[in-house]
Ligand binder design. Structure first.
Ligand SMILES: Nc1ncnc2c1ncn2[C@@H]1O[C@H](COP(=O)(O)OP(=O)(O)OP(=O)(O)O)[C@@H](O)[C@H]1O
Ligand SMILES: [Mg+2]
Length: 283
């Protein structure tokens, strides 16, 4: 049986000013799943992730992570097993050098000095920040800060990796590297991946299933092919399907028949479908 890693049940969350950011939200994620939380600005994505990480407590309903309710008793254990890359890197970088930020969490986990140095160096190299160790995190560019927080979180070897808008401010090369990094991690281990974003072209590269949030409620959920083929839901959520999906929808309409169904979500899949179509036509 698959192990349930995240179980959000009928959750409501009100901010101290009384604003209801989430209402009636149900999310279930099993071990090793790759799940996207989709939604436009203000939909409630970051609020939901704060609840999953135990930083916020639900006003109503319950949140269980790795089988534990997110109450004070479990706070430290949950936080040590979840790697959370915040939307705003400034919320995560607080030391005077990048090296101190990298090693702070690892030393707190009781890992020996040699291992800390090895892990910190490895992960800085992976995100392309080798040589930046003595720099103040506040002097890094916005994209570099994002990469730094990803390196810090990776070094902790989390069971669940949560990324809030990970592609914001990344250049195309860094974006491709991030996709490769996430997928390598997933292929190599038991890690569960949750990505909150409105970057719909990125989602098919790193997720298989999605929840669509809109004004604090779950508007739709399902496999990406189904969610992104539902243009009505996408519009209601203030989103658009991936560019390639929109292109194929127009292509199907313009030639009056379906080149492919379900609609492709990635360039690679689109290429495959076009080739199949051309082969069939040439017979
Ligand atoms: N501290 C706060 N007090 C009151 N309302 C808040 C607070 N933080 C967020 N909100 C409101 O809660 C709603 C959800 O915010 P949230 O940050 O979760 O959205 P989001 O989906 O992550 O958006 P984005 O794509 O812009 O990051 C928004 O309407 C926001 O204005
Ligand atoms: Mg957000």
């Amino acid at each position: 049986m698959t192990e349930l890693v995240i179980d959000v049940k009928d959750v409501r969350y009100l901010y101290p000013d009384g604003f209801m950011a989430l209402d009636g939200v149900n999310i279930r994620v099993s071990k090793r799943e790759r799940v996207a939380i989709l939604g436009s600005n203000g939909a409630g994505k970051s609020t939901l992730l704060m609840l999953v990480d135990g930083l916020f407590k639900p006003s109503k309903g319950s949140v269980k992570v790795l089988g534990m309710p997110t109450c004070d008793k479990n706070f430290h254990e949950i936080r040590s097993r979840i790697g959370f890359v915040f939307q705003d890197p400034d919320d995560q970088l607080f030391c005077s050098t990048l090296w101190d930020d990298m090693t702070f969490g690892l030393l707190n986990m009781g890992i020996c000095d040699d291992e800390v140095v090895r892990k910190a160096k490895d992960d800085l190299r992976i995100v392309g920040l080798e040589g930046y160790e003595e720099k103040s995190p506040h002097h890094l560019s916005v994209g570099e800060k994002k990469k730094a927080t990803i390196a810090i979180v990776l070094a902790m070897k989390p069971d669940v990796l949560i990324l809030d808008e990970p592609t914001a401010n990344l250049d195309p090369k860094s974006r491709v590297e991030l996709i490769r990094l996430i997928n390598n991690l997933h292929e190599r281990g038991e890690i569960t991946i949750i990505v909150a974003t409105h970057d719909v072209d990125f989602v098919p590269m790193v997720a298989d299933r999605a929840y669509v949030l809109n004004k604090g409620k779950v508007l739709a959920e399902g496999y990406l092919e189904d969610v992104f083929s539902n243009f009505k839901i996408m519009e209601e959520a203030g989103l658009e399907p991936p560019t390639i999906t929109r292109l194929f929808k127009l292509l199907n309409q313009s030639i009056g028949r379906e080149v492919t169904q379900p609609l492709p979500l990635t360039v690679e899949r689109a290429l495959y479908e076009i080739r199949q179509y051309l082969v069939l036509r040439s017979k």
